[in-house]
Design a protein around this ligand. Sequence first.
Ligand SMILES: Cc1cc2nc3c(=O)[nH]c(=O)nc-3n(C[C@H](O)[C@H](O)[C@H](O)COP(=O)(O)OP(=O)(O)OC[C@H]3O[C@@H](n4cnc5c(N)ncnc54)[C@H](O)[C@@H]3O)c2cc1C
Length: 488
Amino acid sequence: MLRTSEQYHEDLFAMKPNIYIGGEQVGRDDHRLRPGINVLDVTFDLAQDPAWKGVATATSPVTGGEINRWAHLPQNQNDLLMKQKLIRLAARRVGGCIQRCMGHDAVNALAIYTREVDEKKGTSYHQRFLDWLRDYHDRDLDGCCAQTDSKGDRLKRPGEQPDPDAYVHIVEERSDGIVVSGLKMSITQVAYADEIIVIPTRALIEEDRDFAVAFAVPGDWEGVSLITRPVWLRDKDEPGAAPFCRYGVSDSVVVFDNVFVPKERVFMCGEWEFGRRLALLFADSHRHSYSGCKPGVSDILCGASALAAEANNIHKVSHVREKLSEFAGAAELAYAAGVAAAVFGRKTSSGVFFPDPIYANVGRRMTGELIYHEYNLLTEIAGGIAVTLPFEEDFHSDDTRAMLEKLIVRNPRLSPEESLKIWKFVENVGASPMSAWYEIAGVHGGGSPIMETIALNAEYDFESKKDLARYLAGINPDYDDSRDLAGA
Ligand SMILES: Cc1cc2nc3c(=O)[nH]c(=O)nc-3n(C[C@H](O)[C@H](O)[C@H](O)COP(=O)(O)OP(=O)(O)OC[C@H]3O[C@@H](n4cnc5c(N)ncnc54)[C@H](O)[C@@H]3O)c2cc1C
């Protein structure tokens, strides 16, 4: 079944009001959540659109039915390429983050990890996970990923924290399930997701056993509450607002207060040795997702910069052409890294086709480093108007309109109305609460920059590069280069 966005709303608005915004307890129909729900709607609408069949949809390996690609387990290179394409397409439609990748990446990580833990420890998590996934596919559900714990003192391990709630942990194990408590934070989309998928945030040691926990529960499950921060634009709800202003996002602190999780929804319970593996599987899959989403964000910044250049009548000037070409480099190199990660991906024992972690990490690292530079390119081209533009009402007031029109029309080929729309867009893209969100998400989303360094140091074959250097330096005449380029 493929839900329509209307069916998604019906299910969402029937959920219990376990959300707090600014000191108020609210339901999922609160207007401040709407911009984020509008984003999710696009993910359901695309799957209904015949033009995007096979891109926005896939065939479930679990049910054999047609499903939304965001719930899919990639089976081959093409599935990863289609995922990347879908994310870029959808990111462009909503002006940035499509918010469904985290759930997709968590589902994939769980599919692979549950199989591996069963192989090593004789557990039966994989079948349990597939049973949960069957329902997820049958009902076309949307899940968010709650990986990031509140973490307390960063230099203390989970088991060393003075307050154990710094990390979600097992409070009690029963024959029919577990009881968990603790805090996850910065969780995107959870306030309008059907399911919360919980996985560990870091590598664990034996003393951290109680913190080795993974499970999925509905967003309004007993004992779960969400303290939510919506990001929205000033003119969000105004009639005639530009499409960019319809969309937004909410992130939440997720509070688990002695939550009972039935056994059939528990996918890790004390297997601390697999904490690192599960956390990394999510992170590497998510870094591949970035190779679709970040080029979409670059496309938007590039378009805003090119439009601003035209509105300033400087679009043919050489330093502007040079700056615009930098966007092309950022977007397409990141996309190319994602394509390479798909092409050189590997089939895991679960049957899930997983992106090559090296290409996924280098692409993500480059886009994370470039994000502030891209905003700076927009700022350099647009000038200071993004933060000094008078409010829209002043452009409609008889007292001020005529003078303000002189201010915004710099290119005689553009009308005052078009010029105002361009400068409002530049403000919304470059100097709004959403811009700040994208800048910080660009750095920390999917893990802080140091995590890519750690992943690359673990996965990259530095020894083969040393062998090459030894050969070229005349130390090792028997150099064999077949290992380094195997598969390439
Ligand atoms: C917009 C946005 C959306 C997000 N959405 C999600 C989501 O949907 N789901 C989800 O699970 N997470 C989400 N996150 C969380 C994201 O994964 C984290 O922000 C990221 O992992 C960094 O964690 P932190 O914010 O707690 O920063 P910290 O971990 O506090 O990092 C701050 C600095 O401290 C350093 N540091 C931390 N610990 C150590 C240590 N032990 N030793 C040395 N240095 C250390 C880091 O390297 C970094 O430089 C989101 C984040 C953002 C900004």
